[in-house]
Design a protein around this ligand. Sequence first.
Ligand code: HEC
Length: 125
Amino acid sequence: MKKPNFLDKLNLPNKTSILLLIVMTVLSVNLISCGTEAPKSDEEEQAVEAAHPGEKVYKKYCVTCHGTDGSMGSNGAFNLRETKLSIEEKIAVITKGRNTMTPFEKVLKPEEISAVAEFTEKFRQ
Ligand code: HEC
């Protein structure tokens, strides 16, 4: 008669964790659906592009390491607010990459690279 008791003890935490899992799933699904913005309309996208042609590129490809204001420094990324590079040197780094920064020559068109390099000049002020 000891066996069912033992199993009961084993089952209890299992049930609890399954319940917890369900609760967590429901909570995170709620969080995700609250956090996602409605897809941007073409007009909004164009407005972003018009603000600065490099801004869209920056938001898409650079924010992960450099942050929205250039100073995040994730993965050892340099602070773009404090950079002393000229625009030509930036274009070279973005095109060819440097150390852990990935090259973008196969990802972006040359005009996108110069646009995004120019956009990062804004961080200096
Ligand atoms: C995977 C992370 C990562 C991404 C994505 C990334 N960078 Fe970098 N970036 C770095 C790292 C790391 C360095 C420092 C490289 C080194 O150690 O020489 C750097 C350096 C730079 C520099 C040189 C700064 C200086 O003062 O020398 C510029 C300019 C730059 N990044 C711009 C960009 C732009 C523009 C993009 C988007 C097109 C971008 N980076 C995307 C990680 C990243």
